[in-house]
Design a protein around this ligand. Sequence first.
Ligand code: HDD
Length: 700
Amino acid sequence: MAKKSPSAANVAAPKAAAAKDRRGQGDELHQTAGDGHVPLTTNQGLVVGDNQNSLKAHARGPTLLEDFILREKITHFDHERIPERIVHARGSAAHGFFELTASLAEYTTARVLTEVGERTPLFTRFSTVAGGSGSVDTPRDVRGFAVKLYTKEGNWDLVGNNIPVFFIQDAIKFPDLIHAVKMEPDRGFPQAASAHDTFWDFISLTPESMHMIQWAMSDRTIPRSLRMMEGFGIHTFRLLNAKGKSTFVKFHWRPKLGLQSTVWDEAVKLAGADPDFHRRDLFEAIQAGNFPEWELGVQLFTEAQAAKFPFDHLDSTKLIPEELIPLKIVGRMVLDRWPDNFFAETEQVAFCPSHLVPGIDFSNDPLLQGRLFSYLDTQLSRLGSPNFHQLPINAPKCPFANQQRDGHMQTQVPKGRVAYEPSSLQADSPREDPARGFRSAAVHEEGTRERVRAETFADHYSQARLFFTSQTAFEQAHIASAFVFELSKVDAVHVREAIVGHLLHVDEDLAKRVAAGLAMSPLPKAPKAAAPVVPMKPSPALQIIGKMKATLQGRVVGILVNDGSDGAAVAKLRKAVEAAGATVKIVAPKVGGAKLAGGQLLVADGQLAGTPSINFDAVAVLLSTEGAAALTKEAAAIDFVRDAFGHLKALALDDGGRALFAKAGLEADAGVVKASDAEAFAKLAATRQFAREAKVRTLA
Ligand code: HDD
């Protein structure tokens, strides 16, 4: 009998075996070595015997072109980078799930919003906007908040930010906005910063940005943690129910840990102390099992309600105050798994606001309409192929099938002769399904085709004023000071003046404070406003301070020790703050640890010189007399207490700690307690000491 050829064996094999992953072939030749390692191979599966040396004509001779192993490795390396995102290049992401807690079945057919208790897997990527992918985590910048929900009905991407409004009203202005904020094209700086002429020049000539710019100058743009930020879908979307009735909706993510921001000096120092501060924070929280969580809230409103708003709900520079349309909490998002591979997942994930599921639809917001084009387009150049949806991180987790074929990096192997629809030749070829398919809301449209901005979009100052006047005095001072800082980096005096002119419409006091901070006199004239400012009731929901939680949950407390520190006091403090939910990190002059008074070694999590107090939410300093004497000569130790104090953090000090504190020239206040009073410290550490601020810096 003739021997079967391997290919004949495949043909004859039963279906299940034929479908077997071909990568399993030849397993016997690739078995793990005795020490447990899998053999290293080329991309063609060839086992590599020497990964240290290239092929040479002789020991000291030239390398040979023939070395295909070298060439394959280097070629792949040369092509490892893909174009970074034109915006939001710097990002961190995690896997998790969404769980619906209240059904919206009355409003929508979208299963993800109707099946209470159902968990939908998701992938969320947070980002800064302006900086490149290698830039730092803590510049003053808007944060992207993009969620890809792998629903049973297809992928739904909710691509939002941590601020509920946007700079511009029409997508056609987006390239200008981004060109203005990115590093200036002739000089190549500043990186990841809005404090420069081109950005403020554009803003000064774009009054519609005045509301967003208030948010941008607030501490929202210097968050303490990605886990402590809100997220917003920004645009008005539509929900569609089974009867085809549509309801307008805005989406909000609310962090379970409450809102928390840094102070500006802290954000600046963090950029040097730990450029990966937010990424590391998210990673460490997830690895420790402290899974970050957000509630999903919706604001639902009808066409009739919208008609009565004193602003246009299709204008992305406006928000709907929660006092007008309250937030209904309908679910929660939990991030519980760090990606296995940064590039394959965080870098290759491709969000598109056009990715929707049946039961949700777009509104006519002109910013959203432009986005529906931009994202798909950018993924084609960024990921290089119309098949980017086949990458594991982008592929729906429900079945998907159509007659799209071929293209670069096609990884699917479609079967059969039918690649069109309708067809009669292949019964299992995918067909349209009107009953289950996506439907657009039936909306009556009528009017004159023109390149125009609706008159209802003309009011640029009312909500900017609403935002500013809704803030606490501390927050207002931070906003005014941020304007002063940013405009101080602007050389063009007429641009500074133009901004202060706009601020006169927002709030006269704010304009005067900023002008004083810039030594600008006399006050410039306010530009002509396109629409009168409409008074609105202050909305406390727009504050950060109002939305902070007095909690140590998810926070980190640093304890500075040295040889001779009191171990029992350290243990007591640790116990109290850990019981309140914080993580404790020990800082010592040497990373190996400090020898405590009793002789035992306390291993450090960080060396003092490389672990400033900027890393922590509150600090304790416990030092023996000798330990303190040694540290009073160390600039890093002086900075440790001085920065903690200046960044409005609670401090717990024993006698040694107090000596260091005094050497730093500081005076204790209500935010400084005795280290022995561990419970009081745990309570105090749960909040920042805003009342201290006037003592440590002059704000505008
Ligand atoms: Fe955008 C990325 C959020 C307006 C064009 N955008 C991007 C990301 C977020 C946002 C979070 C990063 C997604 C990720 O993590 O991969 N963008 C917004 C929000 C906007 C907005 C909340 C206004 C409400 N964007 C906007 C407009 C345009 C774009 C008006 C163009 C007309 N955005 C893009 C883009 C990006 C992008 C160029 C770059 C990388 C990407 O899409 O995937 O297409």
